[in-house]
Design a protein around this ligand. Structure first.
Ligand code: COA
Length: 332
């Protein structure tokens, strides 16, 4: 019997034009280009204008992904948006994008798994396709982290950036998304979070005065979790796909910190040429980081039909997620 899997048939990305460099940040908080570069690997990040919501970035990435796949918006069965910075708490940002795309047949919902959100989204889409429920699914990661960043807190404001990436998934009988490893450790929920605006600390004078509408992070604890989980999740997913680290052509890790990426690469014994890094240009764009990196890796000739590609991420939750893909986007 033929195996029905999901495969990525189109990719797209969009980042807002405005760039904020480490030198710019030196004028805003007590930091230095040298500190940010050596501790994180980041040099600059893109920042959306005040009147731009996450749906707008996601829409642009989605249009590019659809064009790349050759599908029309009307052919989509489902739109799934991974984000921690939705336009509003509800309705889902996926519904806003659905309307703007004109994807009239598509169901739409958001998924929140921190920076692991895009891979969590791929796993949901793959399951819908493998089960035969849907044929054509659009997964989008879109973030405007600059709007939940405390620009007076040097320990977080140097790390994040804005952007969006998208992928179209369709059925295949050859290759595609071979396996997933997803996980969560809720005991780390209080190491990376946005306390205000939900039902626990709804918006009022106190929550606003105490800056509860900004992202909070215990950087050190998140760092330790990430170093441990990124390598392990990559090894675990390869095992599920009956593959070995030496079979990997390219690792596309969540772009948060080059020291975390280096640790994961070391666990897999992968040389620099097999690990894609674009963190210096964008900072951490949360659920958009993996699809943006995947687009750029393909532009650089590093993603070709038949390649074995591992995606791995960690994020708020705390969560982790990995997938291994035998790349097959068909002939274009
Ligand atoms: N510029 C200059 N100094 C800074 C700074 C900045 N932007 N931010 C923090 N510091 C200082 C701290 O105040 C501290 O000073 P002290 O020793 O006098 O107290 C010192 O630098 C070291 O801080 P520490 O937090 O121990 O540094 P670190 O090596 O752990 O690096 C992070 C900090 C945030 C870069 C690192 O912990 C990290 O990347 N964590 C993971 C974060 C992440 O990826 N989050 C997103 C998850 S999806």
């Amino acid at each position: 019997m033929m195996v029905r899997r999901a495969t990525i048939t189109g990719l797209g990305k969009y980042v807002p034009p405005k760039v904020l460099t480490n030198k710019d940040l030196e004028k805003m908080v007590d930091t230095s280009d040298e500190w940010i570069t050596t501790r994180t690997g980041i040099k600059e990040r893109h920042i959306a204008d005040n009147d731009v919501p996450a749906s707008e970035l996601g829409l642009k990435a989605a249009r590019e992904a659809l064009q790349d796949s050759g599908l029309t918006a009307e052919e989509l069965d489902l739109i799934l948006v991974a984000t921690v910075t939705p336009d509003m708490l509800f309705p889902a940002t996926a519904c806003i994008i659905q309307e703007k795309l004109g994807a009239t047949k598509a169901a739409a919902f958001d998924l929140e798994a921190g920076c692991s959100g895009f891979i969590y989204g791929l796993s949901v889409a793959a399951s819908f396709i493998e089960s035969g429920m849907y044929e054509n699914i659009l997964v989008i990661g879109t973030e405007i982290l600059s709007k939940i960043t405390d620009w007076e807190d040097r320990s977080t404001c140097v790390l994040f950036g804005d952007g969006a990436g998208a992928a179209v998934l369709q059925p295949t009988e050859k290759g595609g998304l071979l396996a997933f490893d997803l996980g969560a450790d809720g005991s780390g929920a209080n190491t990376l979070y946005l306390p205000g605006g939900g039902s626990l600390n709804p918006a009022d004078e106190t929550t606003i005065k105490e800056k509860m509408h900004y992202l909070k992070m215990e950087g050190n604890q998140v760092f330790k979790f990430a170093v441990k989980r990124m390598g392990q999740a990559s090894l675990d997913v390869l095992k599920k796909a009956n593959l070995k680290p030496e079979d990997v052509d390219l690792l596309v890790p969540h772009q948060a910190n080059t020291r975390i990426i280096d640790a994961a690469a070391k666990r897999l014994n992968l040389g620099e040429d097999k690990v894609f890094v674009n963190l210096p240009k964008y900072g951490n764009t949360s659920s958009a980081s993996i699809p943006i990196a995947l687009v750029e890796a393909r532009e650089n000739g590093l993603v070709n039909n038949g390649d074995i590609i591992v995606l791995v991420a960690f994020g708020a939750g705390l969560t982790w997620a990995s997938t291994v893909i035998e790349w097959n986007e068909g002939e274009k």
